[in-house]
Write a protein that binds this ligand. Structure first.
Ligand code: NAG
Ligand code: NAG
Ligand code: NAG
Ligand code: NAG
Ligand code: NAG
Ligand code: NAG
Ligand code: NAG
Ligand code: ZN
Length: 411
């Protein structure tokens, strides 16, 4: 009798933990995407590209979404039935007991009261920690483990002015991981559709680009949930990967992301492209030099044992310009330049199984130096590999990262 009760209680707790209440809906079939030819989707003139356009997606019910570019609990989302149901379906007794961080007078993260050497919270911004210390949390991805391999990533899109850049990648048959901001996806839906159509790996980059460790549990949950909801609504895909703004995450943020089945992807080399001309001391020359160093590192043995994962941005035409200018040299310097899903053998980076990515081995077989194996492939061809991803295989990562921390400027 007692055993039965324990068994039932355990089963209920187990099912309870699984039954997180989400409401992701879409009428887009991600395998049949069409983007209309309008100046905003075809022009290379920033002014023409960035004109507002109407689309079927613009007709969303404004009352069931946060305000764009405000914390995702805005517009009463935190008291809506949908969000309350989601929040209440999570077992918050297990969330790591970490308080939201404070900002300092300059708007940066206040680390003065944090014990960095001890780093109990695995707070990346303070220590570079990427392997969670609390239980039951998805560990971060931060490198492409294959030697002499470069994982390409672009944050902050979809940007309205990306036509020339996406055409460039298409012409080079180059796939990348694109980290989209929820507010941008609703504002520029055809830009997000183009990313999927071109076979890029799409992941989330929060709703309003806040420093995640400064937010309350509800705010963190809302930032992640409504971003996934926006990407699903427009593209028909539910991403399982995300990246926090400025890499700011700790075990509390990771735990909340894990409840939504999200795994963070960080980086191990940073172009600082977004900062050129906006952060004192960082110029276009600084960014060009960063790219040149990473090109050199692709040739001089830095990545002989495990590869690179580069942070760059789709945020404006200047950052995309840097990427295009240095692309050929980067491509020549590394044996493989690929999206992160491919370099990590993540065949299913989305809940939907209709779009899959090749494993590294499948990609390599189809010819090194060409990325034709990346991106959209028919459903059911390689679903069996979806469990292959294992963070435990990332040997030497943290030591290598620590070494890089010493030489790189971080954003
Ligand atoms: C809901 O969010 C708003 C804005 O973020 C906040 O001021 C308010 O206190 C929140 N309400 C609840 C019940 O959490
Ligand atoms: C789910 O989302 C759809 C579309 O936003 C909405 O019409 C519906 O009311 C939502 N359902 C729940 C249970 O929140
Ligand atoms: C997370 O993944 C598990 C296993 O596939 C699934 O049962 C669960 O519903 C997912 N949770 C969410 C919030 O999507
Ligand atoms: C490789 O190049 C980088 C960038 O120029 C440099 O910092 C590093 O020391 C070099 N490593 C080796 C092993 O030569
Ligand atoms: C997109 O890029 C343009 C310039 O290319 C820039 O002016 C604009 O601010 C960017 N939009 C967003 C939302 O980042
Ligand atoms: C970005 O777009 C602006 C506005 O069209 C233009 O003045 C500038 O030259 C462009 N910059 C680059 C790097 O393409
Ligand atoms: C990807 O698969 C290959 C074997 O095909 C394996 O050697 C490698 O360790 C895997 N990478 C990861 C990140 O799991
Ligand atoms: Zn960003």
């Amino acid at each position: 009798m007692t055993n039965w009760k324990v068994a039932i209680a355990t089963a209920t707790a187990f099912l309870g933990a699984q039954a997180v209440t989400t409401n992701y809906t879409s009428s887009t079939d991600p395998t049949k995407i069409e983007v209309p030819d309008i100046p905003q989707t075809t022009s290379y003139d920033v002014n023409a590209e960035c004109q507002y356009y109407d689309s079927p997606f613009a007709a969303y019910d404004k009352a069931s979404w946060p305000t764009t570019w405000e914390i995702a609990t805005s517009n009463n989302m935190n008291t809506s039935k949908e969000f309350t149901d989601l929040y209440n379906s999570i077992d918050w007794t297990k969330v790591p007991n970490i308080q939201p961080r404070k900002l300092d007078a300059n708007g940066g993260l206040d680390m003065t009261t944090y014990n960095v050497p001890q780093d109990t919270d695995c707070w990346w911004s303070a220590s570079g920690c990427m392997t969670p210390k609390a239980e039951g949390i998805n560990a971060d991805i931060y490198e492409c483990p294959e030697p002499e391999t470069l994982g390409l990533t672009f944050d902050d899109g979809p940007n309205c002015s990306h036509n020339a850049f996406y055409d460039f990648l298409l012409e080079k048959k180059q796939k990348a991981s694109m980290f989209y901001i929820g507010s941008n996806v609703l504002a520029w839906p055809y830009g997000a559709l183009r990313g999927v159509k071109d076979g890029h790996h799409i992941a989330g980059h929060t709703w309003s680009h806040q420093l995640m460790t400064t937010l309350t549990n509800k705010e963190v949950l809302a930032e992640l949930y409504y971003t996934t909801k926006a990407i699903k609504y427009v593209t028909g895909l539910t991403p399982l990967y995300w990246r926090p703004a400025q890499g700011d995450l700790d075990d509390r943020v990771r735990w909340i992301a894990t409840q939504l089945n999200l795994t963070a992807i960080l980086w191990n080399i940073d172009t600082d492209d977004w900062a050129a001309g906006t952060v004192p001391g960082i110029t276009a020359q600084t960014v060009d030099q960063n790219y040149k160093n990473f090109i050199e590192m692709g040739k001089n043995g830095t990545f002989a044992n495990s590869g690179a994962l580069i942070l760059s941005h789709e945020i404006n035409n200047q950052t995309m310009d840097f990427a295009m200018q240095h692309y050929d040299a980067l491509h020549d310097a590394y044996d493989h330049v690929i999206d992160v899903a491919t370099c990590m053998n993540i065949s299913n980076p989305y809940v939907e199984q209709s779009i899959t990515f090749p494993t590294f081995e499948q990609y390599a077989k189809e010819g090194a130096g060409s990325a034709t194996g990346s991106g959209v492939s028919p459903a059911g061809t390689d679903g069996a590999d979806s469990g292959a991803f294992s963070v435990h295989s990332l040997t030497n990562g943290p030591l290598f990262i620590a070494a890089l921390f010493a030489v790189l400027v971080f954003a």
